[in-house]
Write a protein that binds this ligand. Structure first.
Ligand SMILES: [Zn+2]
Length: 250
């Protein structure tokens, strides 16, 4: 779409005009997503770093370019496609050194081939912070959003208040494999799907197990509501018991 093409870069909204001028007319070598971060590598060792945050969005269409919709911070036009980015929380040009630091900081992105579960487990298994909080910290594992956090912990029978260091290696491996599968499905189908067989034309509720629900599909028990880092979370008190861990009584 963009890779291998000379890119015309503009900022229709104007807030990225100087950055766009630096990138305009350069070739894009590589475009990579790390969790919610997007990195585009341009010739001259220059990287465009985008983070969409909660409200940012990317729109793509084939050329010819249509009029920008809303406040388009940056528009990238290749020989074949137009990519518009609206409302990112971060839109900046960085150099290689900062790019490498950024990748170290945001942690292994589960669905990349080079993702390293050992590195993630090493950090999680030393932490007193709860797994629910760790999963929302993009520097631990990039890519797991709020809904996936609730859903995958439920699928793995792990209570979100379990401390990172109480998570066993086996639990973590199972969690990682499951998360990887679900995130891959999510990208492919462009929807968060955590039930095994959603109907072909399903509504959101039919694609999830316990998020925003009152009853557990497995045990029919009540779903408790929590707030973790200010975000909604859900837990089945039967299927995800909070196991006290002796290691924690120091
Ligand atoms: Zn249950």
């Amino acid at each position: 779409m963009l890779v291998g093409s000379i890119i015309d870069v503009t900022s229709p909204q104007g807030r990225f005009a100087s950055g766009a001028a630096v990138l305009d007319g350069r070739e894009c070598y590589v475009a990579e997503a790390y969790g919610k971060h997007l990195l585009l590598h341009f010739d001259g060792e220059i990287f465009l770093h985008i983070h969409l945050g909660l409200f940012g969005r990317i729109r793509k269409h084939k050329i010819p370019a249509k009029d920008p919709r809303g406040a388009v911070r940056v528009r990238l036009v290749s020989a074949t496609h137009v990519v518009d980015i609206n409302g990112p929380t971060i839109c900046e040009i960085i150099e290689r050194e900062s790019m490498e630091k950024l990748i170290c900081r945001i942690g292994p992105d589960l669905i990349r081939d080079d993702a390293d579960p050992d590195r993630a487990y090493e950090r999680i298994s030393k932490s007193r912070v709860t797994i629910g909080k760790l999963l929302m910290d993009q520097s631990e594992i990039a890519g797991i959003g709020n809904i996936y956090r609730t859903e995958i912990l439920w699928r793995q029978s792990i209570h979100p208040d379990t401390a990172g260091r109480a998570i066993t290696r086996r639990q973590f491996e199972s969690f990682w494999t499951d998360a990887k599968e679900l995130l891959t499905i999510g990208v492919k189908r462009n929807a968060i799907i955590t039930v095994d067989d959603p109907p072909a034309r399903s509504r959101v509720g039919e694609r999830l197990n316990i998020f925003n629900k009152a009853e557990c599909p497995t045990c029919a028990g009540p779903i408790a509501r929590l707030k973790i880092n200010g975000r909604r979370a859900f837990v089945c008190v039967n299927c995800q018991p909070l196991v006290p861990n002796k290691k924690l009584r120091v």
